[in-house]
Design a protein around this ligand. Sequence first.
Ligand SMILES: Cc1cc2nc3c(=O)[nH]c(=O)nc-3n(C[C@H](O)[C@H](O)[C@H](O)COP(=O)(O)OP(=O)(O)OC[C@H]3O[C@@H](n4cnc5c(N)ncnc54)[C@H](O)[C@@H]3O)c2cc1C
Length: 450
Amino acid sequence: MIIVGGGFSGTLVAIHLLRQGNCVHIDLIDPRIPGRGLAYSTAWDDHLLNVPAIRMSAFGSEPMHFLEWLQANGKPDADASLFAPRKLYGSYLQDVLETSIRAASGRCTFRHHMCEAVHAWSDSISVYVLLRNGERIQAAKLVLACGNPPPRALASHIDTPWAPGAFATLDRDRDVLLIGAGLTAIDAFLALQAQGHRGKVHFVSRRGKLPHAHQPYRPLPNSFSPSGAMGARLLLREIRRHVREAEAEGVDWRAVIDSMRPVTNDIWRQLEPCEQRRVLRHLKTWWDIHRHRMAPEIGATIAAAQADGRIVVHAGRLKQIPSDGRAEISLRAGGTLTLDVQRIVNCTGSDEDYRQTANPLMRSLLASGRIVANPIGKGLHTSEHGELYDADGASAGWLLTLGPPRLGGLFETTAVPELRKQAEALALYLSSVIYEPIEIVPELFMAAGI
Ligand SMILES: Cc1cc2nc3c(=O)[nH]c(=O)nc-3n(C[C@H](O)[C@H](O)[C@H](O)COP(=O)(O)OP(=O)(O)OC[C@H]3O[C@@H](n4cnc5c(N)ncnc54)[C@H](O)[C@@H]3O)c2cc1C
């Protein structure tokens, strides 16, 4: 089995395959240390999970797993509501993987190739993956767990917050402009603050809205599961009506949004494709700031920075990418604002249109028609098991995926509670197709000289 990508998704598939009791050989390819991926390889302690510890177990059937790990690994006072540092979560995943490898030794083998995969193809028997260092790996199946694509490039001199030089050599007192106002921009601000940055940090986004923060709430007395068949506009109206009713009874809006979580993908599937596009165009930003919330501590930090003017949020768009530090913003309310900034950072979030990807493996698979974008233009076209469809609409059976590439077919496919389910189901599916019971035909054994 080859798994390309050792973030949460790829690591969890490997862990489940190792724990299943079958003999399996796993080649995991990722230039990063397994378990970290984009989200959990951060170096900053201030980058916290945006989900409380009790909901971050790697295993849905063992909800205490992460919490107990925290308590046994330097956080004895951790409780269910803790928003732990993301880098600690990466250590947890790494530890669970290493434990699973040790427990399966003698039965399974596991190799980590610290390299990028650049090309993949198959013949009638095997799948082959070419690595950047020239090595070629062969297996029966390939899982693409390449995760979150980077933001769409804006200009060569504008980095994403994850680029090694994004915050290097900054004058602490000069202003910085972040394009985007979601969780990526919040991450960027926290990284700047951790480096002692004192200048203003400007956020610019179309609506100028920051994500909300978590706070405890009383759950809804009854679950709320509106039907997607009503279309985007009525759906929004229905959610708003439910929020008003809940608030009239003293229940916070967060309870309504969170109660939809288990049925969000069902609602998504009930929407007609044109309604799905409307949701993506008009409602997704609104949904994201309510659904993907900041840890309460981070919410307090951001509110304080807004109050004392270190964060300034603008609703509008950058007129053009400046080559110097003069950034002109067309304000949503009208007029132009000119800012003098020492650096602009691209915090627009993952570019979910895979047709634009710079990932060499994805590009080569797209170019050869072995994979195609989802019909609505987000994510890749897959079956319900995550088998990737090719340009003829057929599934070759050797190429599967999970996580962010399943966007489009699914709406919720990036957070741990969804990904752990997908990883477990994918591992089960893989073992069912690889270890199919073989019908024993004596003549075959005789023909093979056995
Ligand atoms: C900044 C951030 C914070 C988040 N915080 C939370 C949170 O608090 N709680 C929560 O539930 N969810 C959170 N999420 C969402 C979710 O957990 C992540 O999206 C999750 O990490 C997705 O895992 P993944 O393995 O699919 O992708 P990724 O984490 O993106 O990992 C993909 C891996 O694939 C590798 N890769 C890609 N292409 C190749 C290639 N060609 N060859 C070799 N390797 C390749 C990359 O190096 C990377 O390590 C967060 C997401 C982000 C981006």
